[in-house]
Design a protein around this ligand. Sequence first.
Ligand code: ADP
Length: 580
Amino acid sequence: MFGKNFQRKYALTDQGVRNTKKGAFWTVIVNLVVMGGVSVLYLLMSGFMDTLTGGAPLPGAWLPIALTVLFAILSFVTHLQQYRATYGLVYGEVKATRLRLAERLRKLPLGYFGKRDLADLTETLMGDVNRMEHVWSHVLGYLYGAYISTAIIAICLLVYDWRLAIACLWGVPVAFGLLFGSRKFASRAAERTKAAGIRVSDGIQEALENVREIRATNQEARYLAGLDRKIDEHEKVMIRGELGTGVFVNAASVIMRLGVATTILVGAQSILAGRIDFMLLFLFLLVITRVYAPFDQSLALIAEMFVSQVSADRMNEIYETPTAEGAETFAPKGHDIVFDHVSFAYDQKDVLRDVSFTAREGEVTALVGPSGSGKSTCARLAARLWDVSKGSIRVGGVDISTIDPEVLLRDYSMVFQDVVLFDDTVMENIRLGRRGASDEEVRAAARAANCEEFVRRLPMGYDTPIGENGARLSGGERQRISIARALLKDAPIVLLDEATASLDVENETKVQEALSRLLAGKTVLVIAHRMRTVEAADKIVVLAEGKVAEQGSPAELMAKRGLFYHMVELQRQSAGWKLG
Ligand code: ADP
């Protein structure tokens, strides 16, 4: 009952499973104590009835009083234990789960974070855990405890009188059957509500991000109307979902209660037939109202439990994504990067097939090829942002899949198109390259990266905040900041993605100068877009549809008159054409 499946289904930690067991145990005890109280009531009543009908002496008052006090105390103690075991312990579970998720996230391949929407991840860490918390504390222990205690009580009733017992309890399995049948509906409704909610927040975010463009183009009314529609849609989906589950839950509750009616019917008949006496019917009626109580509590929340499956699935997805781990030391001999028969697929989609090439230390190796041919993927694999599916990538003879990504990345500088800048000063943004670098070192890197001239124009020089993600900087300036970072880091391997973003000629020259300082003496793997870079490279790897089509020095490839030659010719013609 509380095995691996249970743990996975409710995304519990090991401790969480133990706590739930405790909660269920105390729920069973509470329910049995309540039943004990009911039996005492029954005994007293039948004693009283005997006095009324048979003239037996009236039992003394001390016994009922003593029993009442005893059960009050028992009831208090067991409820307290139940409370501790369900609500109290579960708060630790929330903390443990967040830590478990965070620890897992830390070890996931970095590429994972490019694939998943970060807002979505935050939502899992905070929102999904909160939703599960409610299920852990308010539902699981009670529900499973109720299953067990109802089974025990059902057996006792069956032994007493099986006809009456069936009349009492038939509603319970039917009600649960109905609920579990509605489960698909509930989780589909939950998914729909969630998707509509995400559409609303995306819409709001988009509107905020593009507020300038929207105003400038007088699109406010149109935009707001669109947002209005999304909000209405969200509301509608949510109401529909809640109404639907509400109908099922209430129907289940009513069906369970029909048991009272059937018990009275069957009981009355049995009394008439002389099979049982009135007191036994009275006992059954007392018992069944108590049987429903623990279910009622969880029934109201069972819809939530179904809905929570979406949250649990999302948490499980994180738990079950393979992590990237490895040795804490990385001692390569030199920094040649060797792709050795590498194949790779994102999810199911094959992107690289049997790619082999070597990028030598001190040389610039340019990856060229049509868009979608797998150039960026090669660069990502070279830094172990993802792990290869087949073959291996070695740096200085060491297979990088055996090295902890955090350690590995100390030897890499990455200058990619999407420079991430933080809302901090220019100084701190560059210092990110190497923590602990002195101001003077930061300035030296900035000078070498040709940042100095634009930094001087900023109102507070290096201490100017640059706005969220560098809002106050131009594309070329942002790039130079990221080059300065890389220069400061001075790692032996540089992965470079040349921006296709249009830089003006002056900017481009400055960026090129900065780059040539950065690249000297390093192992450089560049995703090349500019002819100038390609012609100056020591080696060119031409990718086409995820395979290496050609490789060699620019001169060799030109002489070969293959794919590369044609690409160069095409570029020349179009450039010439433009000039003309
Ligand atoms: P290039 O850099 O040459 O333009 P990429 O390496 O970016 O090529 O992409 C190669 C192929 O892999 C493309 O078909 C692209 O759609 C796919 N791809 C790239 N990144 C991802 C990703 N994170 N998830 C799934 N598919 C991806």
